[in-house]
Design a protein around this ligand. Structure first.
Ligand SMILES: [Zn+2]
Ligand SMILES: [Zn+2]
Length: 646
C-alpha cells in the first residue's frame, strides 16, 4: 500500500496510508482532537474531515476555536435545515444556504408560505435528523449528468447555478435520502457535530437578491458551538427587540411615519420634538463654542449646481426627480456640501481667514428603494449635523484633532463611553481609481493617523476602502447591549475644491487651493435619535426625558398643592406634568413608569402641610420625602451635569 507524507502545523511530518482521512489522522494524534475537530485545512484550503487524502499534504485540524470552522459549522446547519424542509415539504425547491454573522439561512421556493407553526415543525425535524448522526457525504459528478439529474428533480435554481459556476466535474453533498446539493463544501462530518441551533424567522427574499427575479422564502436560524453561546445570542435578540426604536417610538409617542405622506419621511411628535430640540440646541451651541459659523441653506437648487458638483451625473440614482420651474430645472439637495462651498466662494479668502468652518443642521433628501427603509435608521429625508472645513495644509492635523475630540465629546455627552475608529485609506495610486494627487493623499492620511494617535483612539486601518475623492475616518460607538453603530465621519475631499475652483490667497500673494473636509458627528439627527432611543431603551436621562417629572395628587384635597408643585417646577425650567385624573395613585405610577418618566412626585395631605414631596424615580422606586426646593436643587444638578441617576 502506498503512503503519503503529512506535514502538521508544528512542522512535524508523518507517514500515513494513502487515502487516510483528516479525521483518522486527528484520531491518531489524539482522540480529544478528533472529538473537537470541525473541519480540516489541507494545503491552505478548507477540506472535509472525511475526505480521503491521496497525496502528500500539509494538514491542520480546525476546532471550535477557529472562526472559519464556525462558518463551515453554520453552513452545515443550513444543509440540515434544507434536509428537514425537504422531508416535511418534498415539493420545495432549493435556492442557496450560506452562513451568516450569527447562524445561517436557506432560501426556498414553495407556493404555500411557511407559517410560524411550520418553523417549529422544521426545527423539531432538524433535531430528529441531527440525532440520526447522518454523514455529510461528498460526491463528484460530471457536469452533463449532474445537470440532467437536477433537471429531473425540478431543481431549476440549482441548474442555473451549475450552468454558471460548475467546472466539468463538480462536487455535491448529500444528507439523508432526500437532500442533495450542488455545493463546494466543506461541511462538518456528520449531523451530531451541530450541537446548538435555533430557527428564528421567515423573510421574503429574491432569487439572487434581484427584485426582478421571483420571490422566495428565507428561513433564518442561529447556530453556535455551544448552547450557552446560543442562549446568550437569543437573549441579546430579545433585548434588541425590546429596544426596537420603531416599537418604542409608538409606545412613547415620539415619532411616526405617515402612510398618507409617504415612506421614509419622519414626523416628530411633541415628545420626540423636545428631545430633538435638545439634540439640536446642544449641537448648535457646540458649533459656536468650537469656532464654527452657523449657516442656513436652501432645500433645492438648480441642476447647474449639481452638474458642477458632479452629483447630477454620479449621484443621480440617489436624488429625487428633477422639477421644472420657470426656465430652469431644479433638484432637491441630497447633500449640503455644494451650498457651503458657495458660501466659502462668495468672498475672497486670505490665508489669515482660514480655517473656515461652516456648520448647519441641513435637511437632505435621498432616494432609497422602498424595500430598504427602516424606521429612523434608513429614511428618505433626514437632517445632517453637517459642517465643512476649509483650511491650509499646515492646519489640517489640528483640525482633525478638533473634529475627533468633538466627536468623542458628543458620544460621551449622550452616554456612550465605548467607541473606536476605522481609517479608510487609498491603494497608493495603484489602480488609478482615486482622485487627487499622491501628495494630497499622503498629507491627509498622515493627518488622520497622527490625530488618532494624539487622542489615543483605537483605530483600524481599512486599506483601499476610501472614497475615490479622499480618505476618511469613521467613529463607531458601542451601545448598552454591545452593538456597534457607525456614527461620526470625517471625510477629506480633493475633488470638490477643484470642481468649484476654490482658492485662498497665500502669504506669497498667490492663489492656492484649500483643503476641504466634510464632517458629520450625529451623522443624521433622525438616525442618532433612533440609536439613542435603542441605547436607553426609551428611558432617557433626566436632561433628555420629554417629561421629567409627573406630579400626582393622592386625592382631590391635594390637587391644588399638586398644581403649585407643577407650577414651581415649570418656573424653574423643568418639564413637569400633572396627572389630575380621578384614578388611584398606583395606576398613575404604573403608567408614568411605562412612559419612562424619570421622577414621580406624590402629593398627599402630609406633603401639602409641610411643603414637601414624596419622590419616586423610575429606576429605584421610593426615594422618601423631601422639601420641594431640595428635590428641585437635586434634580437641577443632574440636568445641568447631564448626569443619569441610573
Ligand atoms: Zn454546502
Ligand atoms: Zn459634505
Amino acid at each position: 500500500m502506498s503512503s503519503i507524507q503529512i506535514t502538521l502545523p508544528d512542522g512535524s511530518r508523518q507517514e500515513y496510508p494513502a487515502g487516510s482521512r483528516p479525521l483518522d489522522i486527528a484520531r491518531a494524534i489524539s482522540p480529544r482532537l478528533a472529538d473537537a475537530a470541525i473541519v480540516a485545512r489541507v494545503n491552505g484550503e478548507l477540506y472535509d474531515l472525511t475526505r480521503p487524502l491521496e497525496t502528500d499534504a500539509s494538514l491542520e485540524i480546525l476546532t471550535s476555536k477557529n472562526p472559519e470552522a464556525l462558518e463551515v459549522y453554520r453552513h452545515s446547519a443550513a444543509h440540515l435545515l434544507a434536509a428537514a424542509v425537504l422531508e416535511l415539504f418534498p415539493e420545495t425547491k432549493l435556492g442557496i444556504g450560506p452562513p451568516t454573522e450569527n447562524g445561517f439561512y436557506y432560501d426556498f421556493q414553495r407556493d404555500t408560505p411557511f407559517t410560524p407553526e411550520d418553523l417549529e415543525k422544521i426545527e423539531a425535524k432538524m433535531w430528529e435528523i441531527q440525532k440520526r448522526d447522518l454523514p455529510y457525504e461528498r460526491k463528484l459528478t460530471p457536469k452533463p449528468q449532474g445537470l440532467e439529474k437536477y433537471k429531473g428533480m425540478g431543481e431549476y435554481m440549482k441548474c442555473e447555478l451549475i450552468e454558471e459556476k460548475a467546472g466539468d466535474i463538480f462536487s455535491e453533498y448529500t444528507l439523508g435520502p432526500h437532500f442533495i446539493d450542488f455545493c463546494r463544501g466543506p461541511h462538518v462530518p456528520s449531523t451530531t457535530k451541530i450541537k446548538a441551533f435555533k430557527l428564528l424567522s421567515i423573510a421574503g427574499a429574491y432569487w439572487k437578491g434581484d427584485e426582478k427575479n421571483h420571490q422566495m422564502q428565507r428561513i433564518y436560524g442561529a447556530a453556535f458551538f455551544t448552547q450557552k453561546e446560543l442562549d446568550e445570542y437569543i437573549h441579546h435578540l430579545e433585548e434588541a427587540r425590546k429596544r426596537d426604536h420603531r416599537k418604542l417610538g409608538v409606545e412613547l409617542d415620539l415619532f411616526s411615519i405617515q402612510e398618507l405622506a409617504g415612506p421614509g419621511l419622519i414626523f416628530f411628535h411633541p415628545k420626540g420634538g423636545i428631545i430633538r430640540k435638545l439634540l439640536e440646541d446642544w449641537m448648535r451651541d457646540q458649533y459656536l463654542k468650537r469656532g464654527y459659523s452657523l449657516v442656513y441653506t436652501p432645500h433645492i437648487a438648480r441642476s447647474d449646481l449639481w452638474k458642477t458638483s458632479g452629483h447630477y451625473n454620479f449621484y443621480a440614482e440617489n436624488m429625487f426627480k428633477r422639477m421644472e420651474l420657470d426656465d430652469a430645472e431644479y433638484q432637491l439637495k441630497p447633500m449640503n456640501c455644494p451650498f457651503h462651498i458657495l458660501i466659502y466662494r462668495n468672498s475672497q479668502r486670505s490665508y489669515r481667514d482660514l480655517p473656515v468652518r461652516l456648520g448647519e443642521l441641513g435637511t437632505v433628501y435621498r432616494y432609497e428603494r422602498s424595500g430598504v427603509m427602516h424606521g429612523l435608521l434608513r429614511v428618505r429625508g433626514f437632517t445632517q449635523d453637517d459642517a465643512h472645513i476649509f483650511c491650509r495644509p499646515d492646519q489640517i492635523e489640528d483640525e482633525i484633532v478638533n473634529c475627533l475630540q468633538f466627536a468623542i465629546d458628543t458620544l460621551t455627552t449622550f452616554g456612550f463611553d465605548q467607541y473606536d475608529a476605522e481609517l479608510s485609506t487609498w491603494d497608493g495610486g495603484a489602480s488609478g481609481k482615486y482622485d487627487g494627487a499622491p501628495g494630497q493623499w499622503a498629507l491627509a492620511e498622515n493627518a488622520l493617523h497622527n490625530a488618532t494617535a494624539r487622542l489615543n483612539m483605537n483605530v483600524k486601518v481599512m486599506a483601499d476602502e476610501a472614497a475615490f475623492y479622499g480618505p476618511k475616518i469613521d467613529v463607531k460607538l458601542v451601545d448598552a447591549i454591545g452593538r456597534r453603530w457607525q456614527l461620526s465621519t470625517v471625510q477629506f475631499d480633493f475633488t470638490l475644491p477643484r470642481r468649484f475652483e476654490l482658492e485662498y490667497i497665500g502669504e506669497d500673494g498667490k492663489a492656492h487651493q484649500p483643503l476641504m473636509c466634510h464632517r458629520a458627528l450625529f451623522g443624521s439627527v433622525e438616525r442618532f435619535f433612533g440609536i439613542l432611543l435603542e441605547h436607553y431603551a426609551g428611558a432617557f436621562p433626566v436632561w433628555l426625558a420629554p417629561v421629567q417629572v409627573m406630579v400626582m395628587p393622592i386625592t382631590d384635597r391635594t390637587l391644588e398643592y399638586a398644581r403649585q408643585i407643577q407650577a414651581r417646577l415649570k418656573e424653574a425650567g423643568l418639564r413637569a406634568e400633572l396627572d389630575d385624573r380621578k384614578e388611584k395613585v398606583q395606576l398613575k405610577i404604573r403608567e408614568a413608569q411605562l412612559q419612562k418618566v424619570p421622577y414621580m412626585l406624590v402629593a398627599g395631605d402630609r406633603e401639602a402641610a409641610n411643603n414637601t414631596v414624596s419622590v419616586r424615580n423610575r429606576k429605584h422606586g421610593d426615594q422618601g420625602v423631601k422639601p420641594l426646593e431640595q428635590f428641585l436643587a437635586d434634580t437641577q444638578k443632574l440636568i445641568d451635569g447631564k448626569i443619569s441617576f441610573e
